[in-house]
Design a protein around this ligand. Sequence first.
Ligand SMILES: [Ca+2]
Length: 255
Amino acid sequence: MKPALLALLFTGGAWAQALPVVPFRLDPEQVLRSLRDRRPVMSESECGALALSGCRSEEPTRIRGISLRWVQLDTDEQLEAILVLTGEAEDSHIAYVFDRQAQWNLIGSFECRRHRCELDRMVRVQQLTKDAPPLLFCYRDRGGSGTVNWYNESFHLRAGRLWPSFQVITYEYMPFRGPYSLVRRVRASDDRLVIHTIREQPPGTKPQHSCEVLRWDAERFTYRPVAAEQAKYCDSRNGQPLADKSFPAVLSLLR
Ligand SMILES: [Ca+2]
């Protein structure tokens, strides 16, 4: 069975661009209160950075479901904050990530259409293997009108910035007579990722399986293929992962 070497899109390395950083005068708790209660008042530049129509509006109903959670993306004592909310005008769930350096910074914004994902699952922090740092994962739908194309995109925090690590397409489907449909499951052992791709071509026919093994590359901050270990984690007869060598890593929107 031929390995599906395009399962991951590697975005780490020297060519990767960090997400923009915007300094904030308010800390994440104050940002939450400002959005919910209009006090303290956020500056125009801070509102502009959030790109949220309800930011300085007098109509509080424009923002729903706002909450803050504290996460650990790097090794220092200061936790990072993720503020999630639903923007009514944007018709989207939005997550803002804050990191403290000399002051608080907004280091990333992630948006997901409301009908495409759930507020509490759109971003999360997960350490997939023991040798990798905790990564920030977000879902993105890159599909157009004729396709559904779900990505899981990951970032790592380094020097106060979020850097792209890797992307994996977890679901791909064309509703109108597309040539194939694809589901990809991410599995992990202690120190390896195993990517299981299930492809039906055309949709509804017998699924074809393929399996790919990866390990964390600490220099490039991403996972890289380890073709030599294919036989250790994957069944060469049917292209499926060996069930006792890796376990599902909670990564897909599809259960
Ligand atoms: Ca920190």
